[in-house]
Design a protein. Structure first.
Length: 187
């Protein structure tokens, strides 16, 4: 796993919980904490960090991965604004993953292993995304999807009728988008 993934997690933990929380998480996970964005690190180290965060916050590892993906998306939008410039909403942004974003990720981070997505039979109001990855980090992908919807000012309902964690050969997300609800009192 590329160091940028660890760097984003460190930034997010520090932002939401403080520097000491990151240090405590590294200690609990027996992790080095020295990550260069272009470096490659064992997947197991990320899994240990997620497990340590899960124990510390008394939340499931899936909840931690969703929080991480959603929270990291604004950081990615700031770091890579060109990926977010052309699409005007979440759906077209997600459709750029395989042919625009992931090829660029591979150029920026040589050796990066990214998930593959397929988009079968989607209707006008829904997008069906098939996710395949040996890492099986579908909950992280779900968080990134929610974070992308936040970025574009939309709400997204996410159903996952198939999941590798339940024995399926892939994960399937059924996404339904709507404009974000106005905050209470903003009418």
């Amino acid at each position: 796993m590329k160091g940028i993934v660890f760097n984003l997690l460190a930034d997010l933990v520090r932002r939401d919980f403080g520097d000491d929380a990151w240090d405590d998480l590294l200690d609990a996970a027996n992790a080095s904490g020295s990550y260069t964005s272009l470096g490659t690190y064992e997947d197991e180290e990320m899994y240990r960090l997620v497990a340590a965060a899960s124990a510390a916050l008394q939340r499931t590892p899936g909840d931690i991965l969703r929080w991480y993906g959603r929270g990291a998306m604004p950081m990615l939008a700031q770091k890579y604004p060109h990926f977010f410039a052309a699409p005007e909403s979440t759906r077209p942004f997600l459709l750029t993953l395989n042919h625009i974003i992931h090829p660029e990720v591979r150029k920026l981070y040589p050796g990066a292993e990214v998930p593959e997505f397929a988009y079968p039979d989607s209707g006008a109001d829904t997008l069906v995304m098939e996710y395949r990855s040996a890492r099986q980090l579908c909950m992280l992908a779900e968080g990134f999807i929610a974070g992308a919807a936040d970025h574009f000012g939309e709400d997204v309902a996410i159903e996952q009728p198939e999941c590798m964690h339940r024995g399926d050969d892939r994960c399937v997300f059924r996404l339904t988008f709507a404009p974000a609800a106005a905050p209470a009192g903003a009418r």
